[in-house]
Design a protein around this ligand. Structure first.
Ligand code: COI
Length: 354
């Protein structure tokens, strides 16, 4: 893919790296490429970051035909910049797009576009501890038409923003509410995709949880509301009596997280048994009460690893590990972030240098 580069003449002032938060400061440029049913992909370009001009009738604004991804670029102590498993994001976006009847961008074009944009924005990759450049690829239908159908035109964009921790609490434990009324996904739906609509539907649960003093929602399966699936912005893992449990991804309702996959690989290499299988919320709460629920942690690109210190389900509540970050959670965090920031040798071939 040939990429035209037009640099900005008005670079922005960079934000204070100690107060980045998440997703607040966009960089100077964005990548764009268009797709039309008669021409395929065309006009790949990196241009100054600017508002988009969209027809008010364009399909995405009415029927939410949009998918997205999230990955990060990390600055190592030597000043190198590296990505983490970007092909996994490219492939997952292809699966999301197939489900939403959207065109797929070839994996090598996705990775090339990410690399080219990060190269242009290299001065934006922060160097303070635990900061990175969050990269947000997304695609949506741009055709102006109110009929519900596969659109004739789409645009794929990548924007970036320097970020700190997703949760202001960092690696301190969060409180999670198990949602027992609303559902996020059902078999045959779009739960396994990263589409904007999945997140729009989850906001009400999030608002309810926040009102009650919880950081996030733990979703149960949409059919029986019996089995734990995933948290608002993360997959979730449970250490029960020394073994690890996490929801399976082959049911079509749970996102195939890149961090989830990396954690499972590390855990199995360290000799842990990892069960990718259905876990009933009743079994989980029982383990919380009988002392066998040792650690709970969420995994995701934005959040990295988020220890869970408290779980509430209906009127039942369990505190996990005295509301302290567990030993295994800490070890996983140190190992994963060590590989991502180049402090630990990457024996898995996960990092890609820009
Ligand atoms: C990510 O972890 O990259 C995500 O996409 C979660 C996001 C909804 C904040």
């Amino acid at each position: 893919m040939e990429i035209r580069i037009e640099k900005t003449t008005h670079p922005k002032e960079k934000p204070d790296q100690k107060n980045l938060g998440f997703g607040k400061y966009m960089t100077d440029h964005m990548f764009m490429v268009d797709w039309h049913k008669d021409e395929g992909w065309s006009n790949a370009r990196i241009v100054p970051y600017a508002p988009l001009e969209l027809d008010p009738a364009c399909v995405v604004l009415h029927y939410a035909q949009e998918t997205f991804e999230g990955l990060k670029a990390y600055r190592t102590a030597e000043g190198k910049i590296q990505l983490f498993r970007p092909e996994m994001n490219a492939k997952r976006m292809q699966r999301s797009n197939e489900r939403l009847c959207m065109p797929t961008l070839p994996v090598e074009d996705f990775v090339q576009a990410v690399k080219a944009l990060v190269k242009v924005e290299e001065d934006w990759v922060p160097s303070e501890p635990d900061t990175s450049l969050y990269i947000r690829p997304y695609m949506f239908s741009t055709e102006a038409s109110l009929g519900v159908h596969m659109a004739a035109a789409y645009t794929f964009i990548i924007i970036c923003c320097p970020v700190g921790a997703y949760y202001p609490t960092g690696l301190d434990p969060v409180k999670i509410l198990v949602e027992d009324e609303l559902v996020r996904a059902v078999k045959g739906g779009t739960g396994f995709t990263k589409c904007g609509g999945n997140y729009a539907g989850s906001i009400l649960g999030q608002v309810k949880a926040e009102k009650l003093g919880y950081t996030q929602v733990l979703w149960l399966d949409g059919e029986e509301r019996k089995y734990v699936e995933e948290v608002g912005t993360m997959n979730i893992m449970f250490k029960i009596a020394g073994e690890i449990y996490t929801a399976p991804i082959d049911n079509g309702t749970v996102l195939a997280g890149v961090t989830r996959d990396s954690m499972i690989t590390l855990l199995r290499d360290w000799g842990y048994t990892v069960h990718e299988e259905k876990l009933a919320v009743d079994t989980l709460m029982k383990a919380g009460h009988d002392g066998t629920l040792e650690e709970v942690f969420g995994t995701g690109t934005a959040a990295v690893i988020s220890p869970v210190g408290e779980l509430r389900y209906k009127d039942d509540e369990v505190v996990i590990g005295d509301f302290k970050t567990g030993e295994l959670t800490q070890k996983l965090y140190d190992t994963l972030t060590g590989i991502q920031w180049g402090r630990i040798e990457d024996t898995y071939g996960w990092t890609v240098t820009i």
